[in-house]
Write a new protein. Structure first.
Length: 175
């Protein structure tokens, strides 16, 4: 008989130096046997199955394909190849294979998909005739697209400006 221990943690394991990248669903420690027993030489094909609440995925704007299990190994988080098994009305079920046990974290990483309309084609260096526009001007559209990729950028500068003005006023009052 081999004992197994799974510890569901309230935060990142005290045995690791930093939390994993992404949004953590659950942190856990999994131990098998006594210290030094759970090595690749003693474990042929260990499988860890877990589930994630669909409401958590929705709340964190993640899809069921954005979930993985990360394992702390040699001072780093290693993302394990995670297989989506199935889902029901409340949970999405996953499975991973591992050769050792340690601190783990179920992590959601939002992976943005690139819309087809933003894919740019190579620009030719040859001279080409301009295409007719039927009287519709497209000038300025590219500038608008470039500005929209930093939402809130103007707000950050405005807030920073307000803090700078407030700081200057405080210094003036002290002098």
């Amino acid at each position: 008989m081999i004992s197994a221990r799974i510890e569901l943690l309230k935060g990142t394991s005290t045995l690791v130096d930093a939390p994993p990248e992404g949004t953590v669903y659950k942190n856990l420690n999994i131990w098998l046997g006594t210290y030094g027993f759970a090595t690749p030489e003693n474990i042929e094909d260990a499988t860890i199955s877990f589930k994630v609440e669909k409401s958590w995925l929705t709340d964190n704007k993640l899809s069921k394909n954005d979930i993985s299990l990360a394992k702390w190994e040699s001072g780093n988080w290693i993302e394990l190849s995670t297989t989506l098994l199935k889902d029901d009305s409340d949970y999405v079920y996953y499975e991973v294979h591992t050769t050792s046990f340690s601190p783990f974290a179920i992590v959601g990483k939002f992976v943005p998909t690139v819309p087809e309309s933003t894919v740019t084609e190579p620009v030719s260096t040859e001279s080409a005739e301009p295409e007719p526009t039927d009287g519709v001007s497209t000038e300025g559209e590219d500038e608008e697209d470039e500005r929209s990729w930093l939402p809130g950028f103007t707000s950050v500068f405005a807030i920073t400006g307000l803090f700078a003005v407030a700081y200057a006023m405080m210094r003036r009052r002290r002098n």
